[in-house]
Design a protein around this ligand. Structure first.
Ligand code: EPZ
Length: 430
């Protein structure tokens, strides 16, 4: 089983290129089946979740040509099944984007109920409510969500909670419905906007993405396009916090600074220096961090996907911090692992009370999910001694070449496959 072996203590220094956004790539890949014409996608991250989705698309007859590691040509003119179900797709969240895409284009879809990181209950009622409002008959049977409509008709839909996934799914189906759809209380995340821009580049008529009211005028068909996915806000934020935690100096390149505002604001608050240019952000952390309070919120608030990373930083700050996750109710599973490394944290419900300690000490720990896994690796990089991180397959879901990028910043981290590899690493690093 693969593990990361880490020797902590080096400040991370240098530049790192940020890839395409996983959470934009997933709906964009799914939406590319909504035309019979060819779609060309660039800046696609090569991560487990996108690869699982591409495989599921190939299984229903979509032609895929991986032109390079980060670009793919897609043609869905010959789809031969509307049923999406395999062992892998059941484990990711984004399989359900094929529901909105297939329902929009073919008015029929059967897709396995989604999996994804175990961070809370992750209901899908707003997706189903949206599809039903558009006129679809939707049921859950035999582990599949089945949606069917004679025709889809635009509707006024008020989302009961702000949901990235439901906004995206309904937007896809509505793009090819008859008449106008209005989504109120829509999610405003950069990946929602990126999908709207992508669909518009295929001939859709979507206005207001990025605000909480999205208006979609249904069109009768979509055409082929060429599109480059936006940079990954969360990958960038993770490396920015790696600078803070290791007292390093990291420049993240190929980013959209506007998407990182809530993250850089918190870094400044806890004592880091930020230098921003057109598509780069430099984070310098030269002294012990200061404590703060954080509440995760939908965009433009502080992202839940950055909650473990900021907690790992605050657990080393001078004082007491409070971190509340308002989006997912079970996103503190990493805390027990961090306590093994010497952190002093108490979780009460969806709030963590963190008393900063001077440093972490290395331990053998498990990644409980994608973002927490990355955060624990960063903790290991600042810890005294050796850390071994198990279950790193979670990290591969959303970070491309994570350890290689960290190595390029001076981290002493290696992917190991056995005890022997681990011993070799320890002997080599000393
Ligand atoms: C997306 O998940 C992301 N996943 C998550 O990223 C991210 O944490 C989350 O948005 C919030 O930003 C993908 O894009 C593939 P939601 P999603 O629907 O769409 C409740 C990562 O690490 N809700 O915005 O599943 C739900 O329970 C992952 O990259 C309903 O009640 O999130 C949650 O409390 C993890 N009913 C809240 O809304 C619904 O029908 C937000 O969920 C839908 C959601």
């Amino acid at each position: 089983m693969e593990q990361y072996a880490i020797k902590g203590g080096n400040p991370l220094v240098g530049e790192v290129e940020i890839g395409g956004a996983k959470n934009a790539a997933l709906p964009i890949l799914a939406a590319s089946i909504m035309t019979d014409e060819t779609v060309y996608i660039e800046n696609m991250p090569d991560v487990q979740d996108t690869n699982v989705l591409l495989k599921a698309m190939r299984n229903i007859g979509v032609m895929l040509d991986r032109n390079s590691r980060h670009s793919v040509t897609i043609n869905a003119g010959q789809i031969n099944s509307f049923v999406v179900d395999d062992d892998h797709i059941r484990k990711i969240r984004a399989g359900y984007y094929l529901l909105g895409a297939l329902l929009g284009k073919y008015k029929h879809a059967e897709v396995a109920l989604p999996g994804g990181c175990d961070i809370g209950c992750r209901a899908i009622d707003q997706h189903l409510k949206g599809f039903r409002a558009l006129g679809a008959d939707v049921r859950i049977e035999y582990g599949l969500i089945k949606a069917h409509a004679e025709k889809l008709k635009g509707a006024h839909i008020y989302m009961d909670c702000v949901s990235v996934g439901a906004t995206i799914n309904v937007m896809m189906a509505a793009a090819l419905a008859e008449g106008q759809t209005v989504i109120e209380n829509a999610a405003k995340e950069p990946h929602v906007v990126d999908l709207a821009n992508f669909l518009n580049s295929m001939g859709a008529s979507i206005k207001g993405a990025g605000t909480d009211v999205i208006r979609i005028k249904g069109v009768s068909r979509l055409h082929g396009t060429e599109y480059a996915i936006i940079p990954d806000q969360i990958e960038a934020g993770t490396f920015m916090f790696a600078a803070a935690v290791t007292r390093g100096d990291i420049t993240v390149k190929n980013v959209i600074p506007k998407h990182l505002e809530s993250i850089s604001a918190k870094l400044i608050e806890i004592g880091c220096e930020i230098k921003e240019s057109d598509d780069c952000m430099r984070v310098v952390a030269s002294k012990r961090l200061k404590p703060t309070h954080v509440k995760t919120l939908p965009y433009p608030g502080f992202p839940t996907d950055m909650q473990p990373q900021i907690a790992v930083a605050l657990a080393l700050s001078k004082g007491t911090s409070i971190v509340t996750d308002t989006i997912f109710e079970n996103r503190f599973k990493y805390v027990d692992e961090l306590i093994r490394m010497g952190a002093s944290i108490k979780v009460e419900g969806t709030t963590a009370i963190i008393d900063g300690v001077e440093n972490y000490t290395g331990a053998t720990i498990c990644a409980p999910d994608l973002r927490a896994g990355a955060a624990l690796v960063i903790a290991g990089l600042s810890a005294d001694g050796f850390t071994v991180v198990d279950d790193i397959h979670y990290i591969a879901r959303g970070y491309e070449d994570f350890h290689l990028k960290l190595q390029s910043l001076g981290a002493q981290i290696e992917l190991v496959n056995s005890d022997r590899d681990l011993q070799k690493f320890k002997l080599k690093i000393g």
